[in-house]
Design a protein around this ligand. Sequence first.
Ligand code: FUC
Length: 827
Amino acid sequence: MKYYLILFTLTCMTVGAFAQVKPGPAAPQKSGSPAPQDNRLWYRQPAAVWTEALPIGNGRMGGMVYGKVADETISLNESTLWSGGPVRAGINPEAKQYLQPLRMALFTENYDEAERLAKKMQGGWSESYLPLGDLQLHQDIGKPGSYSRELNIRDGIARTGYTVNGVKYVREVFVSAPDRIMVIRWTSSGKGAINLKLGASSLLRNSHAAKDSIWTMRGKAPAHVDPSYVDYTKQPIVYDDGDSCRGMPWAMSMRAVSRDGGVSVDTAGITVSRASEVVLYVSMQTGFRGYDQCPNGNVEDAGAIESAIRLGYDELRSRHLTDMHNYFDRVTLNLGVGSALPTDERLAAYTKGAADPGLEALYFQYGRYLLISSSRTPGVPANLQGIWNAELRAPWSSNYTTNINLQMNYWMAEECNLSEMVQPLIGFIGNLSVTGARAAKEFYGAKGWVVHHNSDIWAMATPVGDKGRGEPKWANWPMGGAWLVRHLWEHFLYTGDRQFLKDTALPLMKGAAEFIEDWLIPDARGRLVTAPSMSPENDFIYKDDKSADVSVATTMDIGIIRDLLGDLAAADSVIHGGNQGDSTVSRIIALRPRLMPYQVGSQGQLQEWYKDYASPDPHHRHVSHLYSLYPAHGISVTGTPDLAAAVKQSLILRGDVGTGWSMAWKVNLWARLMDGNHAYRLFRHLLRLTRVNEIRMGGGEGGGAYPNLFDAHPPFQIDGNFGGAAGIAEMLLQSQDGDLHLLPALPDAWAGGSVTGLVARGGFVVDMTWKGGRLAWAKVLPRLGGKLVIHSSTPLIMNDMRSRKDGGGYVLELDTKENVTFYLAGT
Ligand code: FUC
């Protein structure tokens, strides 16, 4: 046995070494050459439109790099640049008087009246995430003879290379988190060959100034920007509404340094002449000082530029690489050899049906890259577009939508070993608990805290709709807080951080549950229900051709509440040594058995509404009623097989069409149903090349990926990128019931491969290699230790232990020790 183990360990090491191919800064490969297992998006031509440009970011500052030759554009973003100011009280003081009449209307099934009353309970619109501007980098240069551009997502560096008249030029761009600076460097093989005119513009009102070699563009953001779907106001963009705390100041500053060229600065911009190498340092800052503070902070960050210049390009770059690699390298994924074509061409081939496991792995890692690059600002999570937005009135204000989109942004974070990137969300949930307590009181006379379907950097928690102009199916939906807190519990499950659970998670979960306690009412049969209740954005037919959207106890509401109360009970018991310690918590969790049960409808589906209603849109993009299978875990194939079968039937009835995020959700749902092939089919839909960037709500037109691999709702929404990456992880590893499920939903297309660094609940870090669809070996590092049950469809051996047969698979039970790695072999 000992001999076997040594041999086995050596084999693992060898396989592991192959699995961790770490690409160097290789030049783009020619088509036909061996396929690279690397982390690069690359192209043979500059971006013509924004969805072809390449995103870079340090979690706060972002850039979209077009890679043009003579007239380069880099779109700039700063995660805190939003319209508006801290939320106001007294948004709709009359709202709560309509709650009882609304409930009466619902219980008597007077849905027209219910709709009318629900509209009286709405608030204003959220604020908008704004684009800072465009860097315009003009180079005096002829037509290039050769050209390529790339984004290395491991390094977080965008590179454009071109040759003109035999002189080679390379431009590198990155945004450093440790040194909070964007850096652009031009180099040329010809001495003194670089001549530049550097400036910037903005869609926001702005002015330019030059001082001490630094060129600055500054402005003040609007006091309010209406969402793009508001078409009835004369002035959708209001710069000044008389409130000095609405409309934040912002600035970007830049300075060019060249060791041999001439650099001069005036208000028009920076001129560089006859340089062989130039480095441009760009800083951006806004007056944002916190969700509840007047945004009048200092906006000039000359210190960042000065210290960056002192460090110099090489040092900045190496500090940036260390920072990026620290996060990125925690996970590797190898699904097989990929195409060597440029990214847009391989995406086009993939869309036509070509196999390209390398592209699939790249898409997965791209999701991780995008989160590292967009989620590092305290209290400011990644928004609908991460941090990348070029429009003043972006689709849906590029805000936070909490009936799926914000949560989906964080589905993969913990499992994909990026727990730190959840911190902005955790901070944001804390902010929402403050504004949400005011909203609960004002709108419903309820305790605890509530979040409706939209929010913004100011942690807006009230319903949207502009008092009657929104449809209640989205505007009035009040379950955002109760859903969001599951991320806090999950953070604890992955990290085991009890202090966090005690100080942060439990109080926030309890506050969300206190609202729920007040929100629940008994129906005629004494079951606890919610009213008003919406199944986000879907309608139901209640009579002949009559449909409505507000009802009683939708399945999603009940699923969210069931999940919350279960997690709350578990959290309280962790803190109180296995007992329920908090009397409020005990009182609230006692409501759980009285909740309306799940129902299976006439078609065998998990019923979406209180009654077995049909939807006028049977393929609706939201699959809210399936919440309990994913992202929650109340329904499972092994725990509640009948309900899981009903979920499956619902998914079949809904079909595979949808928007980008809708497909990503379904990838995860099929993975939880342990149907890897169906999950994979949907994943392929998510990765279909599209160039449509105007709003389409689903049907046959939804979903896809742009040439830069951004997810298409359409338009661009980043949730599908994150949800798609989560889906891949979910096919490879699951742990929602506390056990470790190795390769639970491996599709046939990924018969062989390896992954390292995925994290399971309980803090187990898992590396796996599989061959012929069967687990070959796994290495598990228990960060926390403890008992562990491992499931696999392949029989497992560990030292002298063998797994036992269990249903269709195999199970091994172990006592693990903190930080003591163990290996498993599949047989
Ligand atoms: C929800 C979805 C839409 C879109 C928007 C941002 O309202 O129903 O499809 O994703 O959020």
